[in-house]
Design a protein around this ligand. Structure first.
Ligand code: BMA
Length: 338
């Protein structure tokens, strides 16, 4: 039993490995990483930055597949164990509310969140510039693309897994039309997933070097007895390019634009070959977690070097202790962000 409670389902078949003897960090990697290889299916060069959920006792995922022409689209994947994945060769076919084809010109960095009985995909799409796309499905066969939740430019959209104070809540990261050398996390509310407002600033890039350039939400927040546990990415600009690490923080349960704790140290940074070497080197980019309330186990799916999907593990007790021990909140984080 964990000390900190996760208000999620039990997931007895969560992919899992115990923390290796002598390992110091709060998040440890799956020993057989990466879990996807290059050219994983016909027409797709690389699969990375992808999101998974439990489904019918097994797992389903929405994967960012970069096609041979360099354009990213979203592909479904299915897995028995959350580790070995079979990908569909055809990209997800989105339709509009009338059932007519409504395909994005490109689609990347999907997050997949179940709210009540519906699964939502939120991703970065083309909308006269990079912006967020949103779609829903109940059966992973029929995907309805909804209104784009915001104007360009925006990336790293993530939905909370339940309504808060009666509204849907989304985190996002306003950006520019390029590689965005700035960026803080904001929050917006909606009664219906169409009209968004009550925008709040959540968290600025940090004083610490690894997150000094920009930050962006990663996985859907996990509801815990300490608040919403959020894994995010923090970026530093070095002489040889951006370096993406994974950070973690806890947001207030009823007012999630208030940050309660924020680790000043990263929880995972590029160190392994598949994180340091690839299409874009030095990228660790979390997009999803699986959570087992009964044991407090958390499996984190992250993109590595824009080339692979990798898996890492922690427990809710371990990560919450780490965040509190390394807490580096600023006054700005503590504020409601109006
Ligand atoms: C960001 C996004 C991510 C990517 C990262 C590193 O701007 O495009 O998809 O992983 O850059 O290239």
């Amino acid at each position: 039993m964990s000390k900190v409670k996760m208000f999620t389902d039990n997931l007895p078949n969560i992919p899992w490995q115990d923390k290796p003897e002598g390992f110091n960090g709060p998040v440890w990697r799956y020993s057989e990483n990466p879990i996807t290889g290059r050219n994983p299916s016909p027409g797709i060069a690389r699969i990375f930055n992808s999101a998974v959920v439990p489904y019918n006792g097994e797992f389903v995922g929405v994967f960012r597949g970069e096609q041979l022409d360099g354009i990213s689209h979203l592909y479904l994947g299915f897995s028995r164990d959350g580790i070995k994945w079979e990908f569909e060769n055809e990209k997800i076919k989105f339709v509009n509310e009338n059932g007519e084809p409504f395909m994005p010109g490109y689609a990347y960095d999907p997050r997949l969140i179940k709210i009540e009985d519906t699964y939502y995909i939120i991703w970065c799409t083309d909308f006269w510039g990079a912006a967020l796309g949103l779609a829903r499905t109940k059966d992973f066969r029929y995907f309805v693309r909804m209104e784009n939740p915001c104007m360009p430019f925006n990336r790293n959209g993530v939905l909370f897994p339940r309504k808060i104070n009666g509204n849907y809540v989304m985190l996002s990261r306003p950006s520019d039309n390029g590689h965005t050398p700035f960026g803080d996390i904001f929050l917006s509310e909606s009664p219906d997933l169409v009209y968004w407002g009550r925008h709040r600033h959540v968290m600025s890039r940090g004083r610490q070097w690894w997150q000094s350039l920009k930050i962006g939400s990663g996985a859907a927040p996990i509801e815990t007895s300490e608040g919403w546990l959020l894994f995010y990415h923090g970026v530093v600009g070095t002489c040889s390019g951006y370096v993406y690490s994974m950070g973690a923080c806890i947001l207030d349960i009823d007012n999630p634009s208030i940050v309660k704790y924020r680790a000043g140290s990263y929880v995972l940074t590029p160190e392994e070959w598949y994180e340091e070497r690839g299409f874009v080197p030095n990228v660790v980019f979390p997009c999803a977690t699986l959570n087992d309330a009964a044991t407090g186990r958390i499996a984190i799916y992250y993109g590595a070097a824009d080339s692979y999907v990798a898996l890492a593990f922690t427990t809710v007790d371990e990560i919450v202790d780490f965040i509190k021990e390394h807490n580096a909140l600023t006054d700005d984080d503590r504020s409601i962000g109006i």
